[in-house]
Design a protein around this ligand. Structure first.
Ligand SMILES: Cc1ncc(C[n+]2csc(CCOP(=O)(O)OP(=O)(O)O)c2C)c(N)n1
Ligand SMILES: [Mg+2]
Length: 351
């Protein structure tokens, strides 16, 4: 089965073309767009970890190492598409247009952090694993019934493929032939569980066979492979041919969250041979004459200023309020929940 799903690459680890299919579509605009967004979200990610360490942000889920997968796929979307992210996909949502301020607010436990800009269809991050797949299929179905060209993308991890919602979402999307892209980031682990203990299939992509839809396995650290394969999957969806399952093979460089210590379960040397996605793009830019020192300095400065401003904005909000956890679930609070809220507030009072 693994042989049927070779990992597709456009550039190699040294930033040289290995597949020329899309060579004519790779120009300065696209290269700089990919680099700019990858740099921007990586800087955001590192800042968020620092803020958490300083006690200025709550628990945070970092995505360093997955920038090519998240940015490459987000840039393949059209503005009216729907995005269903997990707690690790803020690289994708920020690229698609979610504000950095609101993304910080989410990690500070503020409900405002779940709000997307009015001109972008971005759902709040799904923390319950795989629950966003049926939602993505449903939104795509609605677009199909309305007769639009809009599609949806569901982001999810390798661990999510063990959940019932993964199968329900993909089966439904396949049966109703709805325009959705199931974008898997296989980063090797579901918290401390390595993929070999998660499943007996050798790839995630091969699971597409069971639903009669295309399955594609790509190098998730090659931003070009991600961008062009996601675009193809969207073209397929918009043309009325239904969903695609994409497996982007990548690597989570850091911890599962800031509350996790990967040295407890990941061998020290594991992943050290994987070339960082930004390094690969930098090498490509140097190899093919796209490297522009002055422009790089400009985007670094622009990004640093943007992030400082977002932190400032975030810190103007009041601290998170535990009552929000109870207050925003139902339009009218059921008695059991009211009781739980009261009892929890009394507990805090006693403490
Ligand atoms: C339904 C459900 N079960 C368990 C958890 C606890 N949990 C949080 S993250 C996670 C691992 C998910 O791994 P994966 O899908 O590979 O995504 P990654 O974190 O690697 O991006 C688990 C089990 C949860 N959030 N929801
Ligand atoms: Mg994972």
């Amino acid at each position: 089965m693994e042989e049927n799903y070779p990992i597709k690459r456009i550039i190699d680890d040294h930033g040289h073309f290995v597949d020329s299919t899309f060579e004519n579509e790779i120009d300065e605009k696209l290269v700089k767009e990919l680099y700019y967004h990858m740099l921007r979200v990586r800087t955001f990610d590192r800042k968020a970890i620092n803020l958490q360490r300083q006690g200025r942000l709550g628990t945070y889920a970092p995505f360093e190492g997955q920038e090519a997968a998240q940015v490459g796929s987000a840039l393949a979307l059209q503005p009216d598409d729907w995005v269903f992210p997990t707690y690790r996909d803020h690289g994708a949502t920020i690229t698609f247009g979610k504000s950095m301020t609101r993304t910080f607010l989410y990690w500070n436990g503020r409900v405002e952090g779940c709000v997307a800009p009015p001109d972008r269809n971005i759902f709040p991050p799904a923390v319950p694993i795989a629950t966003q797949l049926p939602h993505a299929a449903g939104a795509a179905w609605a677009e199909k019934l309305k007769g639009t060209q809009n599609a949806s993308i569901a982001y999810f991890g390798d661990g999510a493929t063990s959940e019932g919602d993964f199968h329900e979402g993909i089966n439904f999307a396949s049966v109703f032939k709805v325009p959705v892209v199931f974008f898997n980031q296989n980063n090797g682990y579901a918290i401390s569980v390595p993929i070999e203990k998660q499943m007996n299939s050798k790839t995630v992509a091969q699971k597409a066979v069971a639903y009669g839809i295309p399955g594609v396995r790509i190098d998730g650290n090659d931003c070009f492979a991600v961008y062009f394969e996601t675009k193809q999957a969207f073209n397929h969806a918009r043309a009325g041919h239904g969903p695609t399952l994409i497996e982007a093979v990548t690597w989570r460089k850091g911890a599962h969250t800031t509350a996790d210590d990967p040295s407890k379960y990941r061998p020290e040397t594991q992943g050290k041979d994987i070339v960082d996605p930004m390094t690969r793009l930098e090498l490509f830019m140097k190899n093919y004459g796209y490297w522009d020192e002055q422009w790089i300095e400009e985007v670094k400065e622009k990004t640093a200023n943007e992030i400082d401003l977002a932190v400032e904005e975030m810190e103007k909000y009041p601290a998170s309020n535990v009552e929000d956890v109870f207050d925003h679930v139902f339009a009218e609070m059921p008695p059991q929940l009211a009781e739980q809220k009261e009892s929890y507030l009394a507990h805090l009072e006693r403490r």
